[in-house]
Design a protein around this ligand. Structure first.
Ligand code: NDP
Length: 344
């Protein structure tokens, strides 16, 4: 039997926490590329928190995933057949390949990945979108200075691990926040953070306050929720908060219960002259060459490390994605869809 295109379709839109029932597995014939198109075979599929937003029927900075179609997403693929100028069979690329084993592309927005430079999986990780996100949000927006105290949430994850290591390289004191003792030990022992606090500990607020004894100059916001509530009172005058993500809120279906905290929040923003800036990685694409040069250099010199959490088999993608929203991943989450000929 000829090879089929294995796909995960969005079957229904979740209300609150997504479940396996929101996804449907399908197998369709592998498509043939037409004129000006190429056929790609996915090797690594990236799973990212933003995909939760794509499942909603709401207007956002990018198009939602459509019901009955493969879930949105990027991946590292090999070109199987090409009718696109500039792309050859056997080349490796990063593209919007979605949750499927094969995809058709017209070459728009496709980036080549050179296996001679780094493992191709890094094209959707430390040398891809998460690397760009960390670099733009931390170096360009927050503009760290030596000696400042930097707090990073989701510290062991794809973005957080890069931010914390850049903070160390820039001479800052780095305080990580993560969700398990193992993740905390990793960011301190392996990545060189100064301290890491587990936000699930009952005395998290006290531990964080002790760790940030000189207050917080930069809070790289990845999670929102109770973690933000704990960090915000510690912010110093002229501190900066690049708002990268708020994963703790992604499954929310309404406003949280309790008093309206906005007046007190804006009071503190004003009095302490805090700069809060949301950002989206794709607005910073012009920084990609610098990101790849700088982060690639730090990896080669041994100053920066990265961890990948590779789940085997496209059949396991929905479960892995649900786990990501609960902190089950440890490092950049990828699904290996087919053999990686560049990795021994
Ligand atoms: P990670 O690899 O860090 O994985 C997500 C992690 O979030 C989990 O492992 C978990 O770690 C943590 N988490 C999950 N739920 C909660 C919760 N309720 N409270 C606190 N932490 C939680 O993902 P990424 O590095 O890819 O993404 C990190 C953040 O950055 C996300 O919010 C994402 O949406 C955002 N992002 C934004 C981009 C932009 O352009 N603005 C681009 C890329 C990412 P733990 O076990 O420590 O809780």
């Amino acid at each position: 039997m000829s090879e089929m295109n294995k796909q995960w379709l969005l079957k229904s839109r979740p209300v609150g926490e997504p479940t396996l029932d929101n996804f449907e597995y399908a197998e369709t014939p592998v498509p043939e590329p037409g004129p000006g198109e190429m056929l790609l075979k996915t090797i690594y599929m990236s799973l990212d928190p933003y995909m939760r937003g794509r499942m909603n029927d709401t207007k956002s900075y990018a198009a939602k995933a459509e019901l009955g179609e493969p879930m949105s997403g990027t991946g590292v693929s090999v070109v199987l057949k090409s009718n696109v100028d500039g792309f050859k069979e056997g080349e490796y690329v990063v593209s919007q390949s979605r949750w499927q084993s094969h995809s058709i592309s017209d070459g728009q927005g496709v980036m080549k990945v050179d296996p001679a430079n780094a493992p191709i999986s890094t094209g959707v990780g430390i040398l891809g979108m998460p690397g760009l996100t960390a670099y733009a949000g931390f170096l360009d927006i927050a503009q760290p200075k030596p000696g400042e105290t930097v707090v990073v949430s989701a510290a062991s994850g794809a973005v957080g691990a890069i931010v914390g290591q850049m903070a160390r390289i820039k001479g800052c004191k780095v305080v990580g926040i993560a969700g398990s003792p193992e993740k905390c030990a990793y960011v301190v022992d392996e990545l060189g953070f100064d301290i890491c606090v587990n936000y699930k500990d009952p005395d998290f607020v006290e531990q964080l306050s002790k760790a940030c004894d000189k207050g917080v100059d930069i809070y790289f916001e990845n999670v929102g929720g109770a973690v933000f509530d704990a960090v915000f009172p510690l912010m110093n005058d002229f501190s900066r908060i690049p708002v990268c993500g708020r994963i703790a809120n992604y499954n929310m279906t309404g406003d949280p219960e309790g008093p309206n905290k906005l007046p007190a929040f804006f009071g503190q923003v004003l009095v302490k002259r805090i700069m809060i800036r949301g950002f989206i990685s794709f607005d910073h694409y012009d920084r990609f060459p610098t990101v790849v040069k700088d982060i690639g250099g730090w990896i080669r010199s041994g100053e920066m490390k990265y961890k990948e959490d590779i789940v085997q088999g496209i059949e396991n993608a929905p479960e892995a994605f649900l786990g990501l929203l609960k902190g089950k991943n440890f490092g950049k989450l990828l699904v290996q869809v087919s053999e990686d000929p560049t990795r021994n």
